[in-house]
Structure formats: structure tokens, C-alpha cells
Design a binder for this molecule. Structure first.
Ligand code: SF4
Ligand code: SF4
Length: 215
């Protein structure tokens, strides 16, 4: 689940400066689950923009706003209306996907925050930062890159107090969690395994994956 939050409305309105005819593109997937880009939020945005004097030429609601082919098909509906601008109510991925399919400017209504686990409806936890080199097999399936404020992969910094992180005492120290979990699993020897530097410097963005390429 890609977790997004609404931008302050004033920020969005400032971006729209000069545009009069607006098309809205939401997303029935993650953005709908986060209550920032489903049908209800798109209708609310339409009402808000109309109240501010904009003409909203329509709402597109693809099943997933990050699916290029789906979005391409959905935005065709706006071709004759010739909007001055589009507002994406999806994540940053969805916003860029719309921009690749239209010639008018596209503005994000949301801030994309993280890839999250859904604890229950409306409550999300960050679990993975998509580092591209997973170490969960060595850490009792608790991610040190995400759960440790310093992303330490070879043990704690030593600053924890009563099991809480020195950076944000609201959070448990990831390495105390990892130690306890490995202990419970009878895998404490893994705490001593030295993991190579994660080599963030070697990453280059953007990354692409083609599942059809020969393995
Ligand atoms: S180590 Fe953590 S950030 Fe990296 S892939 Fe695994 S869960 Fe994700
Ligand atoms: S206290 Fe624990 S979680 Fe916080 S930065 Fe140090 S090792 Fe990481």
C-alpha cells in the first residue's frame, strides 16, 4: 500500500494559478484506501474547486492510477474538454503517470509518504524502504533499514533507553526488537553476522524491473 496524505488546500490552489478548466484523476486503489483519492474525495475536490470558481470538466477514477495503459484510456475522456490543468488525487507515481499521458500540466493534491502495512482501516505502518537488498532473513523479519531511525544494519547505536529509540522515544529500538525476536526463534547467532555495507552509494535512480527479462 502506498500511503499518501492530502496536501493543504492552499498549496494546491497556489499551484493552479492561472488554470480555469480542471480535470481530476483519482485512484481506486491505494489512494482510495488512504481516503485521499477515491470517489468521495474526488467529489469533494470537485465541489471545493467549483466553489472557488474553477470549472471541473470531469473526474477519472482508474482502478490504479499508476497503470500507464489504464490511465491512458481514462484520460481520453477529457480530450474534447481541453482542460488547462489536471489534478491528481493519487500518489506521486499516479501523478506522474497522468503527466505522461496528457499535454496540460498535472498538479498533485497529495503528498506521498511511504509504502505501508495496513494495520486496520485507515491505520498504516511503514515497514519497508525498498532498499533493493533485503536483510530480513538475518534480522528475524524486522527491517532495520526502516525500523531503526539510523537504518543501522549491524546492531544498535547504543542510545536506546528502556527499549525505546533515542531519536524518537515513541518508537521501540529496532535492534532490541530484533534481538528479542531472534532469541525467541533460537537464532541469536545471527545477531553477530556482519552484513556488508548496503552500498547505497551504488544505487542509481530511477530503478526499473522487467519481469520478462531472462533471469
Ligand atoms: S531490508 Fe528492509 S528496506 Fe530493504 S527490502 Fe528488506 S524490508 Fe525492505
Ligand atoms: S536507539 Fe535503536 S532504533 Fe534508535 S537509532 Fe539507535 S539502534 Fe536505531
Amino acid at each position: 500500500m502506498i500511503v499518501s496524505r492530502k496536501k493543504p488546500v492552499e498549496e494546491l490552489l497556489a499551484m493552479l494559478d492561472g488554470a480555469k478548466k480542471i480535470a481530476l484523476v483519482g485512484c481506486k486503489s491505494c489512494a482510495a484506501a488512504c481516503a485521499v483519492g477515491g470517489e468521495k474525495e474526488c467529489n469533494e475536490m470537485k465541489a471545493l474547486l467549483e466553489e472557488k470558481g474553477y470549472e471541473v470538466v470531469g473526474i477519472a477514477l482508474p482502478d490504479e492510477s499508476c497503470q500507464k495503459m489504464l490511465v491512458k484510456k481514462e484520460v481520453k475522456a477529457f480530450r474534447d474538454a481541453e482542460p488547462d490543468a489536471y489534478v491528481s488525487l493519487a500518489c506521486g507515481n499516479g501523478c506522474q503517470t497522468v503527466a505522461q499521458n496528457v499535454s496540460a500540466p498535472v498538479y498533485p493534491a497529495n503528498n506521498t509518504v511511504f509504502m505501508g502495512q495496513t494495520e486496520r482501516v485507515g491505520i498504516f505502518n511503514e515497514m519497508c524502504r525498498m532498499c533493493g537488498d533485503c536483510v530480513l532473513g538475518e534480522t528475524g523479519a524486522i527491517c532495520p533499514v526502516t525500523k531503526c531511525a539510523k537504518s543501522l544494519v549491524n546492531g544498535p547505536c547504543g542510545g536506546q533507553k528502556n527499549g525505546k529509540c533515542e531519536v524518537n522515544p515513541d518508537n521501540d529500538c529496532a535492534w532490541i526488537l530484533i534481538y528479542n525476536k531472534l532469541n525467541e526463534l533460537g537464532q541469536l547467532d545471527k545477531i553477530c553476522s556482519v552484513k556488508p555495507d548496503k552500498g547505497y552509494a551504488e544505487h542509481s535512480w530511477p530503478r526499473s524491473v522487467n519481469t520478462k527479462e531472462a533471469k
